[in-house]
Design a protein around this ligand. Structure first.
Ligand code: BDR
Ligand code: CA
Length: 314
């Protein structure tokens, strides 16, 4: 039986990649995209999610979620993903339309309809998941798995608070609620992402498949590629959300991980949004995170490549 996935997302270039990976996987039944603001504002992330549904040619529901974090508004990542989150291509309006049902309500409903069966892959700020938890505090017991892309586990982050990572930093209060409530999270952080970078050449070889989704991804990813080259002088893709999706799709390809307690720093003037990891069990906190540090690179590349091939017949 196919595994049931809900992707909580703020598309975003690497979100798009992750969503296409899930769609391409023969063993996944994609129940919906719950959309949150993050990389850019909600109106754009919703539109981008609808573009992806058009590409997938399947009626995957798009649930509109929170347009601001629980706490103060932070930075967006328009300078990385483009001001519309999809490389500023002035794409025509998508045909797919968002549902009326709010993302947090949809998460609660779907998880209660399928107790113990759903994997949530959270690849944006954790606002929608936190609100769903406030609505239904028993949610962690009813999920099969929660996979989170977030954090920088030794403090090598990617936002202006240098020890924090974008998704957690965008809504630390939501992240704190989620990390407190769940007793098992598969965590894929920014540092693992860096360790699993791959070259533009590899990406270009996949995109040569010439499918509609490869063509669109080629265009959508140009802005982020320019950013990476100008900022880091490297022609490398850092596909954070794609790595989280690979971990969700193929946990058996995890090669190294550490089970540790992880807390979210909320108040540090320099460190707000940092993921603080108890590597040596020095606290009495339950080690709720499996921190993935190595994933089979061949399998990661394979799962990415599948995303750009012609889709299987549905
Ligand atoms: C995360 O932040 C976003 O910009 C990406 O989509 C990814 O989810 C990486 O820190
Ligand atoms: Ca994302």
């Amino acid at each position: 039986m196919a595994r049931k996935f809900i992707i909580d997302t703020d598309p975003g270039v690497d979100d798009a990649q992750a969503i296409l990976m899930a769609h391409a996987h023969p063993d996944v039944d994609l129940l919906g995209l719950s959309v949150v603001s993050g990389n850019v504002g909600l109106s754009h992330t919703l539109t981008n999610a609808c573009h992806l549904v058009d590409l997938m040619r399947e009626p995957v529901p798009v649930f509109p979620g929170c347009e601001r974090p629980l706490g103060p508004r932070g930075e967006d990542a328009a300078f990385v993903h483009g001001s519309d989150g999809f490389g500023d291509l002035s794409l025509p309006e998508p045909v797919a339309r968002p549902e009326v049902e709010q993302a947090a309500n949809a998460l609660v409903r779907l998880i209660n309809e399928h107790p113990g069966e759903i994997t949530v892959v959270a690849i944006g700020p954790l606002t929608n998941i936190a609100v769903a938890l406030l609505l239904d505090p028993q949610l962690p017991d009813k999920l099969d798995r929660l996979v989170v892309m977030g954090g920088a586990v030794t403090g090598k982050g990617n936002v202006s608070n240098i020890s924090a990572e974008f998704n957690i930093y965008s809504d630390p209060e939501a992240a704190a609620l989620v990390f407190e409530a769940f007793d098992q999270i598969d965590l894929v952080d920014w540092e693992a992402t860096m360790a699993h970078s791959y070259s533009f050449k590899v990406l270009d070889a996949w995109l040569a498949s010439g499918t509609d989704h490869a063509k669109l991804f080629d265009r959508v990813s140009q802005a982020i590629r320019k950013f990476v080259v100008s900022e880091h002088g490297e022609r490398l893709m850092r596909a954070a959300d794609a790595l989280a999706m690979a971990v969700a799709l193929e946990p058996q390809s995890i090669q190294a991980s550490s089970q540790c307690a992880v807390d979210i720093e909320l108040t540090g003037s320099l460190t707000r949004g940092q993921t603080v990891v108890d590597w040596d069990s020095r606290t009495s906190k339950q080690p709720q995170c499996r921190i993935v540090t190595a994933f089979d690179m061949d399998r990661f590349l394979h799962l990415n490549e599948q995303a750009f091939k012609p889709f299987r017949a549905s």
